[in-house]
Ligand binder design. Structure first.
Ligand code: SAM
Length: 316
């Protein structure tokens, strides 16, 4: 359906848990949270109601979605829902080796893996976990299982891993993998993080051999990333610039948090609790339509941390 500003909302980002084994320095919100995760059957009902509102694409995220041992069951229930044409997942990759085959068999067609460095020590420093090898194994397993749409998402932080840009870019040279750089979004209220942001244009200036790729995509498939490639590369390099380029006028998304709250906009803290009406299909569809209509025209991250929770809760 179309929201109050004429945007067609077709893409649901569904956080299935707040739990995550990593403590990424820019992500983890330290606030205590009480686990109250939606069950697989509740998720199915919510997705069915969203499909009735015109949602065609679902992304499973978190927290870390692979912390849910029933993730393949959740994926299967969603991919079998009438109206859902595409199911994708975002993961840190740590447990991907174990789940890749099951996810593929349950209808997940594309996987985004978050990876900010290829250096073991740096990985440990950025995430609090000595598990870079598990992530690389997971990527390989996903390729072997025939998940053909693999993308690496990287956040560069000045002075921490910005010197890794080229190594990460080169992952797209010999493999059909897209590597995408996401601008660091605010994660503390000290104002400190502004100095740490590496903007997309800064990376492009450093690598002038990257040339833009023309894309023609449907609304549901529309990506917030701008893609580039280079001679001899099999994959592409993408830039997601939430700080330097606002893409609110093109937003086609709505979010569900792991406890059943609807979040109409990533950059605003408005949440709508639908947990107690999940079993009433008609009421649920009505509430979801209202939530879609309440999407704000746009947002600004310039408010800093106020109103902005760590993406571990919201699902990035
Ligand atoms: N656990 C999964 C993962 O690691 O991909 C899914 C959740 S994670 C919150 C999703 C994405 O959000 C990751 O790619 C992460 O790098 C990104 N992210 C988290 N905090 C961010 C921030 N402050 N700025 C930019 N990206 C952020």
């Amino acid at each position: 359906m179309t929201d109050s500003y004429g945007r067609k909302i077709e893409y649901l980002r569904l956080s299935v848990t707040k739990r995550c084994p990593l403590r990424c320095i820019y992500c983890k919100d330290e606030t205590e949270t009480i686990e109250n995760e939606l069950s697989a059957s509740e998720i199915e009902k919510i997705v069915r109601a969203f499909a009735a509102c015109g949602i065609t694409k679902v992304r499973l995220t978190g927290g870390e979605p692979l912390m849910r041992s029933d993730i393949a069951e959740i994926a299967g229930r969603i991919s079998r829902t009438d109206g859902i044409k595409k199911l994708v997942l975002t993961t840190n990759g740590v447990m991907l080796k174990k789940y890749a085959k099951g996810l593929k068999e349950s209808g997940v067609s594309a996987v985004n893996i978050s990876l900010d460095t290829l250096d073991k020590e740096k990985y440990k420093k950025l995430t609090g976990c000595d598990c870079l090898d598990s992530v690389l194994d997971g990527i390989e397993e996903a390729e072997q299982c025939g998940i053909s749409n693999l993308r690496i998402n990287s956040v560069l932080i000045r002075g921490q891993n910005d010197n890794e840009a080229e190594r990460l870019i080169l992952l797209a040279k010999d493999r059909r993998i897209d590597v995408r750089f996401i601008e660091l979004m605010p994660f503390s209220d000290t104002g400190e993080n502004e100095k740490l942001i590496i903007k997309g244009e800064e990376i492009l200036e450093r690598f002038p051999y990257l040339k833009p790729v023309e894309e023609n995509k449907s609304n549901a498939e529309k990506s917030v990333a701008k893609y580039y490639t280079a001679d001899g590369f099999q994959g592409r390099i993408g830039f997601i610039n939430p700080i330097s380029e606002k893409f609110c006028s093109d937003c086609n998304r709505i979010r569900v948090l792991s406890d059943g709250k609807i979040r109409p906009c990533l950059g605003s803290n408005t949440e709508i609790d639908i947990r107690n009406i999940i079993d009433d299909g008609e009421k649920l569809v009505g509430a979801l339509k209202k939530a879609i209509l309440s999407k704000p025209k746009g947002h600004s991250f310039s408010c800093g941390y106020a109103g902005f929770h760590g993406l571990d809760k919201i699902g990035g």
